[in-house]
Design a protein around this ligand. Structure first.
Ligand SMILES: [Zn+2]
Length: 44
């Protein structure tokens, strides 16, 4: 079974599991990343 991940569209390469995303880890939290504070997107 493939795990769905949510990823940052910036350069930090951050990703969280769907469970974490639904628990509120839904934004980039890497200071210095161009997309800091931006909503993560579902990995395709
Ligand atoms: Zn980021």
């Amino acid at each position: 079974m493939r795990m769905v991940k949510y990823v940052c569209t910036g350069t930090c390469g951050g990703s969280v599991s769907e469970e974490e995303f639904l628990e509120g880890k839904n934004k980039c939290a890497t200071k210095g990343c161009p997309e800091y504070g931006t909503q993560l997107v579902k990995e395709t």
